[in-house]
Design a protein around this ligand. Structure first.
Ligand SMILES: [Zn+2]
Length: 388
């Protein structure tokens, strides 16, 4: 994958204009949705005569079609004309700011080809969809208390926070940064592109190992993109041994494997690692239209596979006015926090994924994400199919 090209940021004044190309109006719509709801990531897939728009709000996908064969091309042309051209050769990504309703939005676009045409991923960040504090996130009070405890211990070493969701990582990033900032810690924040400025935090967006500035710090926050230069991560972790690294991965075990594959030796990782934190979305069933139903054969087998008591009530929600006919209610963020033990260090060094996953389950017991999901399903608050 190409390295994200960090073009110099130029402001795109996103004023609605009927004269604008259709594709640009689609972009304004996305900005409006983002300011109204929590929309942060949209994928646009161009087909011959329509464009499929997939938008994520709190991890949940909505999909609609726009009848035009040029949405992606029009948008890229508009973005490129409004922003300074990236110096990077593989210029498939653009970073710029766009103002909408007097709110400055930080936009990152990635363009890529698909079998049927071109596609565009747009990330929209602005002060309203980035949490300032842990209390503004959808983490439970229990999870917030655990994070605060972890933060206040101020230990040296490495904390790895992983989630399959970029959106959850972004939200937790700034909220947790604020927690450390409250403690008067000297903080450095490394982001491939800066989504938000935090007072008293030194922000850096070095693009290679040679350009890392020397900054006085007790703790560095690293928002790691798999597309960035692995040598840069290695250098950051050597310059700043006390770090919290945010990695997109399906699980804690996979996150550690990713780090040791790309940037840090198993030995160094095992020595420095102190805490593994995992986050994921949980979509509750709408309580207003939930109905109990008897599990069918396939569901019974699935329940057996997951060791869920077969007489548990399964709920299903057909949709109602209260949930906009989606059947979904609240959004929650599930979190597990694992203090790294000596046994876990050994399994990291052995590079055995199955041992590591098993080990993590043994340490976390009922606190693992899998167990938390099972409890929600057993209580009829979440659909059985949301078990992974
Ligand atoms: Zn409902």
């Amino acid at each position: 994958m190409h390295k994200a090209a960090l073009s110099s940021v130029a402001a795109l004044d996103a004023q609605n204009d009927d004269e604008s190309p259709y594709g640009v109006q689609v972009f304004f719509d996305l900005l409006d949705q983002s300011l109204k709801s929590n929309l942060r990531i949209a994928h646009l897939e161009q087909e011959a005569d329509f464009c499929r728009v997939r938008a994520r709000v709190n991890g949940r996908l909505t999909e609609y079609r726009v009848d035009s064969g040029n949405v992606v091309a029009e948008l890229m042309a508009e973005f490129k004309s409004k922003t300074a051209r990236a110096s990077h050769r593989s210029e498939a990504s653009l970073v710029f700011d766009a103002s909408r309703d007097n709110v400055l939005c930080h936009i990152e676009c990635f363009m890529y080809s698909t079998t049927t045409g071109s596609a565009l991923t747009i990330q929209i960040n602005h002060p309203r969809n980035i949490a300032d504090t842990l209390d503004q996130t959808t983490l439970s009070t229990d999870s917030i208390a655990k994070l605060r405890m972890h933060t206040s211990q101020q230990r040296e070493g490495l904390t790895v926070i992983s989630s399959p969701s970029v959106e959850l990582l972004c939200n937790t990033y700034y909220a947790l940064l604020a927690e450390y900032n409250n403690l008067d810690t000297k903080l450095v924040s490394f982001e491939s592109s800066q989504r938000k400025k935090v007072a008293r935090v030194s922000h850096t967006t070095a693009i290679d190992a040679a350009s890392i500035p020397e900054l006085d710090s007790d703790h560095i926050f690293i928002d790691w993109h798999s597309s960035s230069d692995p040598e840069l991560l290695n250098a950051l972790l050597n310059v700043y041994p006390t770090a919290t690294v945010f990695v997109q991965a399906q699980s804690s075990a996979k996150a550690t494997r990713q780090l040791s594959d790309i940037a840090i030796s198993e030995r160094q990782l095992a020595t420095n690692l102190t805490t593994l934190i995992e986050l994921d979305h949980a979509h509750m069933i709408c309580p207003h239209c939930a109905e109990a139903h008897d599990p069918n054969g396939a569901e019974i087998r699935m329940m057996e596979d997951h060791h869920i008591v077969a007489n548990s009530a399964l709920n299903y929600a057909p949709g109602c006015d209260r949930c906009e006919h989606t059947g979904f209610g609240d959004h929650r963020t599930l979190m597990s926090l694992c203090e790294v033990t000596d046994l876990l260090r050994q399994t990291i060094e052995s590079r055995c994924m199955s041992k590591m996953t098993k080990n993590l389950q043994t340490i976390l017991k009922k606190d693992s994400l899998a167990e938390q999901r099972k409890r929600l399903v057993s209580a009829g608050q979440m659909e059985l199919k949301s078990l992974k």
